[in-house]
Design a protein around this ligand. Structure first.
Ligand code: KG4
Ligand code: ZN
Length: 341
């Protein structure tokens, strides 16, 4: 407890960010320390799981100390520990879990395992103190592309997901083909601003009528084929046009499906989540479409879109309030499905 308020510590290590956060009453962030490994993985063009685990191990205690210090609290003040236990890289998840379990055991603090996507959705509760379920959520990250009906804090219906690549993965792969670097999403977002989104008509893949699923592997091949054929014809590839056209094709599908889902399921709120939610064009397109359809759009600040522990702490708080606790046998699940608690 701090000043009579419930204190949660969140821990996140599912991919390449080691993060620890402290929150009051589930939503008020006192600290949210994120140690990013992006620079380390950049030379490899993507996250190397073994290297990620090693760095989580090196970082986790320091990040925890810093988060406690910034929040002006000690472990003795902590009422609850929330930790990501899936989905993610198993070696990376295990570091956050081992650390959370050690603190929980040593200080006799209740522990709650959190699904990473529930965390991403919960970032919106932090950004918007008045937000409450039910609502529709669009989760777009490096590992996931999901449309989720959120009926209550701990009640979810996954309406659709990707059948191959996640949206962020497609951004990263196309950026690599264009020689832009890693992670590709922000770089495509940037360069696309100078390109023509209608220059190249990449195919919009909507799948079967009524489906909320996605498929992005085709467009990735489409970009590759386009670049090869331009090169063979001796023409210079306009990277800004390719980036803008690719981005537009992907976002046309994502935005159409998300807004349709909200309308279809009679939700007047649409919540954006995940790393790709930082994309400026996506935010702009959703704002426009939601405005037209009378849907209230919620968009967390970019720092809450990326992987962070504040969102995990927030989700843990609501699971705990609903009576859920994990025990010390809690394990890592790389393919954990999103279900109700
Ligand atoms: O949620 P996140 O930090 O990690 C996962 O849980 O996957 O998402 C990372 C993904 C990467 O693929 C990155 O390229 C993408 O989010 N991303 C973006 C932008 N910023 C990050 N994609 C498009 N536009 C952006 N501005
Ligand atoms: Zn994530």
């Amino acid at each position: 407890m701090k000043n009579g308020k419930f204190l949660t510590m969140g821990i996140e290590s599912s991919c390449d960010e080691t993060s620890v956060a402290l929150l009051l009453e589930g939503r008020e962030v006192l600290s949210n320390v994120i140690a990013s490994q992006i620079k380390i993985h950049q030379v490899f063009g993507g996250v190397v799981p073994e290297i990620a685990s090693r760095h989580h191990l090196e970082n986790v205690n320091q990040v925890t100390d810093q988060a406690l210090k910034e929040a002006g609290v000690t472990l003795d003040d902590v009422d609850l520990i929330g930790v990501t236990y899936g989905p993610g890289l198993v070696g990376a998840l295990l570091i956050g879990l081992a650390s959370a379990k050690a603190y929980a055991f040593a200080k006799n603090i209740p522990l709650v395992g959190v699904h990473h996507i529930q965390g991403h959705i919960s970032a919106n509760y932090i950004q918007y103190p008045e937000l409450e379920p039910p609502f529709m959520a669009l989760v777009v990250s490096g590992g996931h592309t999901n449309i989720v009906e959120v009926n209550d804090y701990n009640s979810f219906e996954v309406l659709g997901g990707t059948r191959d690549d996640a949206a962020g993965e497609a951004f990263d792969k196309v950026a690599r083909v264009l020689g832009l670097g890693y992670p590709g999403g922000p770089l495509i977002d940037q360069i696309a601003k100078e390109g023509n989104p209608e220059a190249i008509p990449f195919k919009r893949v909507f799948l079967e009528k009524g489906s909320y699923d996605f498929s992005f592997s085709g467009i990735k091949t489409g970009v590759l084929n386009y670049i090869n054929s331009e090169k063979q014809a001796g023409r210079e590839v306009n990277r800004a046009d390719v980036a803008a056209s690719f981005q537009q094709a992907v976002l046309d599908v994502i935005v159409t499906k998300a807004v349709h889902a909200a309308k279809e399921m009679k939700k007047d709120k649409l919540v954006l989540a995940g790393g790709v939610a930082a994309n400026s064009k996506l935010r702009e397109m959703l704002q426009e479409q939601c405005g037209d359809k009378g849907i209230q759009l919620y968009r967390p600040a970019p720092i809450l879109c990326t992987d962070n522990a504040a969102m995990i702490g927030c989700a843990a708080y609501y699971k705990y309030k609903a009576g859920f606790v994990s025990d010390l046998t809690l394990d890592a699940y790389p393919n954990l499905p999103l279900t109700d608690i």
